[in-house]
Design a protein. Structure first.
Lengths: 547, 635, 111
């Protein structure tokens, strides 16, 4: 059996199978990326927060655009080389194409990595601060220039990021049905490290067989272990299972009797009269143990990621319903380097309420609590006046002679980004950096090491002031969410396309020798996909980097 | 696709599969033969359909008898552990009902009917009808089946996980679906996430499938098989392929975004300031839009309706001419209607969203397109109806189902018309009326069409007929029960019964006074007047279940014991699949296929038989007809 | 498809020219977005900048599609498939945007 039109086109359609297929596939890709781009438009039009326009460093995106366009040309040239029957040239061009894909992905990886290490937080008054989180320092360590030995290390010898919720656990109560085993192990290891013991608070007695006396499953003081929890869980599940069967049978019986006694009546008319006789059933039931309590002695500090815990001053709840009784320590989010102060959102909210932006900013937590922010904001306001003057010179005023034709944007007015802070450092504190450090900044964002504490200062935000915090990840806002989703998916396409092209490069020789036209067709099809990937990027680049 | 194509001209030195035994695994499990893949799709899809049916029975029990424990004949399938976890004193809980409801819809639509209609019939019949040796990409075809199976199993496996399966409706609306299973620490192991993973795999599968189908239909047609000689079935598959190709990706986008919402905690579909019972004030950025999900979902959702429907219509359109012995009436207008239907189905989606607060202008646009799309569907159904006129009808088993399809689908379609209007939509939205409407389309409509297809092509697949007696035992109770189940839904819906009541309206009864159905609470009275229909519908469902048993017996027993076919063309039909040996071998045709005429040449006066197959050369060799086919050739 | 060797050699030149045009387009799109003197519309980013950026991007992508992907001389069938998808993409995006920006009440009555 032979599938026709694999190499030579069918006469009436003029096409080979794989060419039709790739165009169909591209059509569906148009709809896939179309779905995402439509989502972008929809999210941006409907955004109820200041959309972060022109926020990414342009340089990496620009270089990646060049690379992708270049690879698009080389892949065409590789195809041309095959059409001319030149294997060597094909290898060269295809090699460059695949190399371009690799460079593209490396750059992408660097971009992602920078963002994943950049923290942002929105306070309750809608002020946004951005910067670089530090690691917890020992008491009395030099907060400005910490050395290796100044850091607090966790039990694995790793530095602890200053974004953790700290709870001094006195009692831990597990939900028997669904404690999360890795967290239990974590607690055990933490306790061992702190030389404290987690012990069962009270005897656990349970009826494990119908009609028998309760059995002691575990005695008070038994140390916490996964085995112990599993044992109690098993008892709980067995009891649930057994009791459920009993109750179901009892309910069936009740229904049967009620129905026999009331012929012709509907179920909903009888339902209120049908109840399980719990008194009769109670002696037969097994004991259900839904929670089990352990004491931690001496009380031990446990660290949790904010997302895993609903914290409160005396008793916190983990996502798996484990309750931790004990005082919550101050768990501030500590920016060792603050690199942006953003009042755009705060001003937006203030205007909605009819409050003047100046009042709202002056009353914000940040202005009240940070000397640096007050100083920086004063500098910012002064500079904005100058900027407005420049605009006035260029565009002039409207007919009344007072209203400027063009005004500063919302972003310029109410956001102090890292570039602005850098300028301020240069102007007011004389912190200049040059050459490589500066180029690195264009690429990777603020260069904390080079500019240092004076430009990007230390800021500690109390936990209760924070409304929402995240890295510059999809969790931060819908802009980053759609950015990561589209570029991530595009990246996967780059990888997929490059693998296919690499396959032709490495294993195409045999195909080439049997029929160059065959390989040329294949490369054309692979190339079409590659161009499409380029095409998506041509739109993604301006939309995410320049708009 | 493979080394088969090593030589540009083909046939000479590639190995010939007829003479090699490829071994058990290659032949039956990882087969690349479109016919066997079609069978795999068919069997898998029917198993999923049975499972979806079972879920429905549990739900119907919960609706009709919300206070009574699930009876043993229904609950034996669960382990005690599962029952203890998901039933309360043996009764179905709201959560469990939601889970079953969501999975019933998902399984029936994505795992049952699409794979049965498009995957099974499409795969088996399409290459045969166009005279091709196989699909254009046989290995891709195999991959799409396996991706579908794995996706489906992932979805169903979540029933047995800590979280249970997805519970947010088959439409999976955010923010509900974004938060569901929030208590599961590893979100990858939550049923709701598994649903998304499964869905992405299913979409990938149907994407590969549709690329394959369209390429096959465009490029692998036999000599002389011009576009207007394509059987209607093939046309329907072509349009279905395009719908899958272009409508599914936006849902894939939505699925990926919801996946991001769940595992990366983004807020694509999460509005600002969201407060939920389980999470409190959500720790999310907000700023997203739940409506965006609905738009993306229904951009797929409406074309999906036609993805379900077209294969069924396609089967019926093949069966009616063969059993009336006259040509399909208005073949060309049917084809054009089909194309218009396919086009319009992309721009009607927001009629599912009249209640979301769209502006009047947008609502009116979608209302207009929705009313417009009824025109091509009515043309198709009318053409099928007129095809019966004046025919000498043989009421063979497939014909019974095909004939039942027309009025049943008609009810489904006509009950949909009121829903096209946004004012009526305000009243009927999310009521049982909607459920009744689309179940009329899908269950007695589409499923009947597909049953017809099974009975029609069974002799070609196995070489034996299915038992006529058993098929009657299957057909008549099914027809009656379908109406018993779905007609009361229309009544209940107009009375205001909401589609997501797990207790069938019991909670709204005014217990103190409603015993007389005459209390002061008006809505409670309305509920009391209609609530007993729940019990009627339940009995309909139980009997419908029993009525499927003869089908299952018939399907398996006739394979070995059925009456043997007398020839390769037992129905005396005209299309190319009947020109193959029975069952068709790998590579399908034993002669060089050429097509000389349209697909439905029945009772031609100039022909001594009452059918003139597409592949039979005209009497005078070398005559005009021969030239006609030859100039369309490709060799 | 260019099949003769001369035609292919000629096409190579076209490809290089397109490459140049794409590079220029890319630089241009960055310049209009970052250099204040080239800013269109009012100061800062606004709808005119968005339109200009999209026009440049569309031009670039048209070049890629027409020359690199050979859409300037392709079979009709492929035009139908690809441009059909692009049409539905636009329909989808436009209707999304429309329904987002169109409120439930009629602005004529509620001003």
């Amino acid at each position: 059996m032979e599938i026709p039109y694999i190499v030579n086109p069918r006469k009436d359609t003029g096409l080979i199978n794989s060419k039709i297929a790739i165009w169909l596939f591209l059509a569906s890709e148009v709809m896939l990326f179309g779905g995402f781009f439509s989502a972008y438009v929809y999210l941006r039009l409907g955004a109820d927060y200041p959309w972060p326009e022109r926020t990414l460093p342009v340089l990496p995106g620009l270089i990646n655009t060049f690379i992708l366009i270049g690879s698009s040309v080389t892949v065409v040239f590789a195809w041309v080389a095959l059409k001319l029957g030149n294997w060597r040239q094909f290898q060269v061009y295809m090699g460059i194409t695949v190399a371009c894909a690799a460079i593209f992905m490396v750059l992408k990886g660097i971009e992602y990595n920078v963002k994943f290490h950049h923290q942002a937080a929105r306070l309750h008054d809608y002020t946004v601060v951005e910067g670089h989180l530090g690691y917890e320092l020992k008491d009395g360590a030099d907060t400005h220039h910490p050395k290796g030995g100044d850091y607090v290390l966790d039990r694995n010898g790793k530095k602890i990021e200053e974004n953790m919720i700290r709870v001094v656990a006195e009692k831990v109560t597990f939900a028997v049905k669904r404690f999360h085993a890795p967290w239990v192990n974590e607690m055990l290891a933490e306790a061992e490290h702190a030389k404290s013991e987690i012990k069962l608070a009270a005897d656990i007695k349970a009826v494990t067989e119908e009609g028998k006396e309760p059995v002691t499953l575990a005695k008070a003081g038994e140390p916490l272990s996964l085995e112990l929890l599993e044992k109690i869980k098993k008892q709980q599940l067995d009891a649930l299972e057994y009791n459920a069967a009993l109750r179901t049978d009892a309910l069936r019986m009740e229904w049967k009797e009620t129905k026999d006694a009331n012929p012709g009546k509907r179920g909903w008319q009888l339902a209120s009269d049908v109840n399980i006789d719990m008194d009769a059933l109670a002696p037969r039931l097994l004991t259900e143990i839904s929670t089990v309590e352990f004491t931690v002695n001496p009380p031990t500090r446990l660290l949790f990621k904010p997302r895993d815990i609903k914290e409160s001053p005396t008793s916190s709840r983990l996502r798996d319903d484990t309750v931790i009784a004990g005082a919550m320590e101050a768990s501030p989010m500590v920016f060792h380097n603050l690199d942006a102060i953003d009042f755009q959102w705060l001003v937006m909210k203030a205007k909605e309420k009819g409050i003047s932006p100046e009042t709202a900013i002056a009353n914000s937590w940040l202005m009240k609590n940070s000397e640096f922010v007050r100083e920086a904001w004063a500098w910012h306001l002064a500079r904005n006046v100058k900027k407005q003057e420049v605009l006035n010179q260029r565009f002039g005023f409207s007919q009344d002679g007072k209203t400027p034709q063009q005004t500063l944007t919302h972003k310029e007015l109410y956001r102090l980004g890292w570039k602005d802070l850098g300028e301020m450092g240069v102007e007011t504190k004389g912190v200049k950096i040059g050459g490589v450090a500066k180029i690195k900044e264009e690429f990777m964002g603020p260069n904390y090491n080079a500019r240092g504490e004076k430009t990007f200062p230390h800021l500690s935000v109390p936990r209760e002031e924070i409304r929402h915090a995240a890295k510059f990840s999809p969790a931060w806002n819908t802009y980053y969410a759609i950015y990561f989703t589209i570029t991530g998916l595009h990246g996967l396409h780059v990888i997929g396309g490059a693998l296919v092209l690499l396959y032709y490069l490495v294993f195409g020789r045999k195909m080439f020798l049997s029929d160059p036209e065959w390989l040329a067709n294949r490369v054309e099809v692979g190339g079409l996909f590659w161009h499409f990937v380029d095409l998506v990027w041509i739109f993604a680049f301006p939309i995410f980097y320049l708009m | 696709m493979s080394a088969h194509a090593a030589a540009p001209t083909g046939h000479d030195h590639s190995h010939d599969d007829h003479h090699h035994d490829p071994g058990f695994w290659k032949k039956y499990v990882f087969s690349t033969d479109h016919k066997w893949i079609g069978m795999q799709y068919g069997i898998t899809a029917m198993l999923f359909l049975a499972f979806g049916f079972y879920l429905m029975m549990v739900m119907r029990w919960s609706i009709a008898y919300p206070h009574e424990p699930l009876p043993e004949w229904m609950s034996w399938i669960f382990t005690d552990n599962w029952k203890a976890r998901w039933l309360q004193d043996g009764k179905v809980t709201g959560e469990t009902y939601n889970m079953f409801g969501a999975m019933h819809g998902t399984i029936m639509v994505f795992l049952g009917i699409v794979p049965l209609g498009f995957g099974a019939f499409g795969n088996y019949v399409t290459p045969l009808q166009i005279g091709a040796v196989d699909m254009a990409f046989p290995k891709l075809n195999m991959v799409s089946y396996w991706v579908y199976l794995v996706g489906g199993l992932i979805m169903c496996a979540s029933f047995f996980m800590e979280s249970g399966a997805a519970k947010s409706g088959w439409t999976n609306y955010s923010p509900l679906a974004g938060f569901a299973d929030g208590q599961i620490v590893n979100q990858w192991l939550a049923g709701q996430t598994q649903w998304l993973l499964g869905l992405v795999m299913l979409i990938t599968s149907s994407l590969l499938g549709s690329v394959n189908f369209i390429t096959t239909i465009i490029n692998l047609r036999a000599r002389g098989m011009t576009w207007m000689r394509l059987p209607f079935f093939v046309w329907a598959m072509l349009v279905t392929g395009f719908l899958l190709l272009l409508a599914f990706p936006p849902l894939e986008a939505a699925g990926i975004m919801q996946l991001m919402d769940r595992v990366a905690h983004s807020s694509f579909f999460m509005p600002s300031g969201l407060f939920t019972k389980s999470e409190g004030l959500a720790d999310l950025s907000g700023g997203g839009s739940p409506l965006l999900f609905q738009h993306l979902f229904w951009f797929l959702g409406h074309p999906e309706v036609y993805v379900l429907l077209l294969p069924a219509i396609a089967c019926v359109a093949e069966i009616i001419p063969a059993n009336t012995r006259k040509p399909l009436w208005g073949y060309k207008s049917m084809v054009y209607s089909l194309l218009i239907l396919g086009f319009l189905s992309f721009i009607v989606w927001a009629h599912h969203m009249y209640m979301t607060g769209m502006g009047a202008a947008v609502s009116t646009f979608f209302q207009t397109t929705t009313v417009l799309i009824s025109i091509p569907s009515v043309i198709i159904i009318t053409a099928l109806l007129i095809s019966l006129w004046g025919g000498s009808i043989r009421f063979t088993p497939p014909m019974l189902w095909a004939c039942a399809f027309i009025p049943m689908f008609g009810i489904g379609g006509l009950t949909g018309l009121p829903l096209a209007f946004n004012l009526v939509g305000l009243h009927l939205h999310d009521t049982y009326y909607v459920i009744g409407h689309f179940h009329y389309v899908v269950a007695p409509g589409i499923l009947f069409g597909l049953f017809a297809g099974v009975y029609h092509w069974y002799p070609k697949i196995t070489g034996r007929y299915m038992s006529t007696f058993l098929s009657h035992v299957h057909f008549w109770p099914s027809l009656v029960c379908m109406n018993i189940i779905f007609f009361p839904m229309l009544t209940q819906g107009m009375a205001g019964f909401h589609r997501r009541w797990y207790n069938g309206g019991d909670a709204y009864l005014d217990k103190a006074t409603a015993a007389t159905a005459d209390g002061a609470n008006v809505f409670a009275n309305t509920v009391a007047q209609n609530i007993d229909l729940n019990i009627v519908m339940s009995y309909g469902a139980w009997i419908l279940a029993i009525a499927q048993i003869p089908f299952i017996i018939n399907l398996f027993c006739s394979w070995k014991t059925g009456r043997k076919v007398e020839s390769d063309n037992p129905w005396n039909a005209t299309t190319l699949e009947w020109a193959t040996p029975t069952p068709p071998p790998h590579g399908n045709f034993t002669f060089d296929v050429a097509v000389y005429r349209g697909p439905y040449e029945y009772s031609r006066p100039d022909c001594d038989k009452d059918y003139f197959p597409q592949w039979e050369a005209p009497k005078k060799p070398g005559g005009e007809a021969m030239d006609e086919s030859a100039d369309k050739s490709h060799h | 498809m260019a099949d003769s060797i001369e035609a292919i050699q000629k096409a190579k030149k076209t490809y290089l020219m397109v490459f140049g045009a794409l590079l220029v387009g890319t630089v241009l799109t960055v310049l209009v977005a970052t250099v204040p003197a080239l800013d269109v519309g009012s100061h800062g980013f606004d709808i005119y900048d968005a339109i200009l950026g999209l026009i440049i991007a569309t031009t670039k992508s048209t070049l890629v599609a027409a020359i690199f992907m050979h859409l300037n001389h392709e079979k009709k069938l492929i035009y139908w498939v690809f441009f059909g998808a692009i049409f539905f993409f636009f329909a989808m995006g436009a209707l999304f945007a429309l329904s987002e920006s169109s409120p439930i009440y009629d602005t004529f009555f509620y001003k």
